[in-house]
Design a protein around this ligand. Structure first.
Ligand SMILES: Cc1ncc(COP(=O)(O)O)c(C=O)c1O
Length: 380
């Protein structure tokens, strides 16, 4: 049995009266990350304190830490500002012949839908939406549509609305059988739900840092599989080219790139203010350990789901949802006045579709959950 991680609220700046159960919206950063960030932004007051090597060291550290979390080396990782940016890199580089299909889930997050609609329109392909199965089994629903017509399966590890889980190892194996690429949006999973990279073998995997990676907004990561690292970047910035460490020779223009996936880095990826903040979050996650985080959060959501069940509120069955993520299906009428009551009691959750999305983290106390149920009791 994995030992649960005790409450880590002291590391965060959450006032007593706040019940923040909304990590899937945006995580708080650690207090230490805010200190590091203040120091980092302060360096721009005195730019002579930013040295040539600083253009490389921070971003390399972030790349390495994200790789450690994912189980890959740093060469596989590019720094990107958003999921949409990473997905756009996948879209310009993956072959899709006219008439082929791109698979997405019903109600999938828009960045991971619009990208593929645009690509399908450009290449004469079709976006095919996998409908939610009656029994919430997304894996079976995806496998049923995953055949030789599919060129790209663009999928999350769990559904952003209610945490519905996909068995990406089984889906990855099927992708390879039918000759489809697999693009994973791990925004709502990595950091809280471990992924077995060697079993899934995605072609690309994207993960912004501001949710489960406890990082800042506008700093994220793209994993690029070995076979795609000679692809086309979205833009052509100086630092991605080989030899960019030598500032005196930048105008000896070169066609070759830095090692691995670095060619895909967003321009100004050195991001002196935000990269140090992202590093603190990643270091803390690695110190806690991915498996322990996952087990601790799973225990929290299971306890909430059990309590909800006593009120007749349903969630996806436990084996079909990601442990860290809960979508409570509210009965008709229960949403009436709910946002106002939640705000009154300073309970922070999200309403997405007909689901009340409850996503705790290690800073949550029993008392936060009690407060949520006080509100639910009042509206049911
Ligand atoms: C599943 C998923 N993907 C991606 C994003 C963010 O996308 P982007 O970084 O393109 O803004 C979110 C934000 O809620 C999300 O839930």
């Amino acid at each position: 049995m994995t030992e649960p991680i005790p409450c880590q609220r002291h590391l965060f700046d959450l006032p007593d009266e706040v019940a923040y159960l909304n990590c899937a919206y945006m995580s708080p950063i650690l207090k230490r990350a805010a200190e590091v960030g203040a120091e980092a932004i302060g360096r721009k007051l005195q730019p002579w304190r930013i040295h040539a090597e600083d253009f490389f060291t921070g971003s390399e550290r972030a790349r390495t830490l994200f790789g450690d979390l994912l189980g890959s080396d740093a060469d596989a990782i590019a720094l990107v500002p958003a999921a949409s940016y990473g997905l756009a890199i996948a879209a310009v580089n993956l072959p899709v012949a006219p008439g082929r299909r791109i698979l997405v889930l019903a109600e999938q997050f828009p960045s991971n839908v619009y990208t593929w609609r645009a690509l399908a329109a450009q290449r004469g392909a079709a976006v095919v939406t996998v409908e939610r199965a009656e029994d919430d089994d997304w894996t079976r629903a995806v496998l049923a549509r995953l055949d030789e017509r599919v060129a790209i399966a663009a999928l999350p590890h769990c559904h952003w609305i209610d945490g519905g889980l996909l068995d990406l190892a089984a889906i990855g194996a099927r992708c390879r059988e039918v000759g489809s690429a697999l693009v994973v949006d791990a925004t709502q999973s990595l950091g809280a739900l471990p992924l077995d990279l060697a079993a899934v073998r995605p072609d690309y995997l994207v993960c912004p840092g501001y949710k489960w990676l406890l990082g800042p907004y506008s700093l994220g990561y793209l994993y690029v599989a070995p076979g795609h690292r000679d692809g086309r970047p979205l833009e052509h910035n100086w630092i991605a080219r080989r030899g960019s460490e030598d500032f005196a020779r930048l105008i000896d223009y070169r066609d070759d790139y830095q090692e691995g996936a670095r060619r895909f880095d967003v321009g100004e990826r050195s991001n002196f203010a935000l990269v140090p903040v992202g590093i603190v979050g990643l270091e803390q996650l690695l110190a806690w350990g991915a498996d322990r985080i996952a087990a601790t959060l799973a225990a929290k959501t299971t306890a909430i789901a059990e309590r909800a069940a006593a009120f007749g509120i349903r969630a996806s069955p436990v084996h079909l949802r990601a442990g860290h993520y809960l979508g409570l299906r509210l009965p008709d009428g229960a949403r009436q006045g709910l946002p106002e009551r939640l705000a009154e009691r300073r309970v922070y959750v999200s309403l997405r579709g007909d689901s009340l999305r409850v996503t705790p983290h290690l800073y949550n106390r029993e008392e936060d959950v009690d407060r949520l149920f006080e509100v639910l009791r009042a509206v049911l």
